[in-house]
Design a protein around this ligand. Structure first.
Ligand SMILES: Nc1nc2c(ncn2[C@@H]2O[C@H](COP(=O)(O)OP(=O)(O)OP(=O)(O)O)[C@@H](O)[C@H]2O)c(=O)[nH]1
Ligand SMILES: [Mg+2]
Length: 240
């Protein structure tokens, strides 16, 4: 099974992640045999409030990375609607454009496991996707702080989404998200208040980008900002 994961057999990848989600011993046995490829994946966390447009934006990021010739793995960590599973459905619908593309694997990590088990399962799933040698791995999570997975500790680059018109929430954003985010994004940039949100946030942080996830506007700039951030990350990672 480990060999098949490393050969990027998608069905095996999916099966092993399910084992890990259900904390079956077979899952950890496979995990022990996995080796990351020489060329490590670029891991990008996409975080932000429920409904800010993370999945819609990721759909465009997948398209952009595929055009650049990269394979893409996505972990959508669903904690926004644990009871209905509505977010899982939303993720599926918003990212379904890539369902037939063998170079794209999208996995929703649900809350059906035990409390606290999600972070562990997500970390393990990330190791599986890394071993399967996806070039880019995107992790969707909501919020920061009360997250079950600490996105900052697993992602090389953290992109935090906010939306215009949050008002008081902008304050929270400044205090919380801006602290952990490498790149701030004002998504739904087509809505009223986008300009002032950008102006305010730019007093606090750099870079702050505007995107319109429903059209893909701003996605090339975001791709460039992620690449720049990754370049810096790689520089500091290389032992001298
Ligand atoms: N007007 C406008 N609507 C947007 C934009 N981006 C996303 N939306 C809409 O916002 C809604 C939520 O988008 P999602 O991509 O599901 O947001 P999400 O952050 O993944 O949501 P959760 O996974 O539930 O936290 C959808 O109805 C989108 O069509 C945008 O740039 N402009
Ligand atoms: Mg989503």
């Amino acid at each position: 099974m480990a060999e098949r994961v490393m050969a990027r057999d998608v069905r095996t990848v999916a099966r092993v992640i399910t084992w890990l989600e259900n904390q079956l011993p077979a899952g950890s046995a496979v995990l022990k045999l996995l080796r990351p490829p020489a060329q490590r994946a670029m891991v990008v966390g996409i975080t932000g409030y429920p409904g800010s447009g993370k999945s819609t934006l990721i759909d465009h990021l997948i398209t952009a990375y595929r055009r650049l010739g990269n394979t893409v793995g996505v972990l959508a960590v669903d904690i926004s609607s644990p009871l209905t599973g509505g977010a899982v459905l939303g993720d599926r619908i918003r990212m379904q454009h890539h369902a037939d593309d063998p170079g794209v694997y999208i996995r929703s990590m649900g809350t059906r496991g035990q409390q606290g088990g999600l972070a562990r399962a997500t970390r393990d799933a990330l190791r599986v996707l890394e071993a399967a040698a996806y070039d880019v791995i995107l992790i969707e999570t909501i919020g920061v702080g009360q997250n079950e997975i600490d996105i900052v500790s697993v992602a090389h680059t953290v992109v935090a989404l906010t939306t215009p018109g949050l008002g008081d929430d902008i304050q929270a954003m400044k205090a919380g998200l801006a602290e952990v985010a490498d790149i701030l994004v004002v998504n739904q940039g087509d809505r009223d208040g986008a300009d002032s949100a950008l102006r305010h946030l730019r007093e606090w942080h750099s870079p702050v980008l505007r995107t319109v996830a429903v059209t893909g506007e701003g996605v090339p700039e975001l791709i460039a900002a992620i690449a720049e951030r990754q370049r810096v990350h790689d520089l500091v990672q290389v032992p001298r």
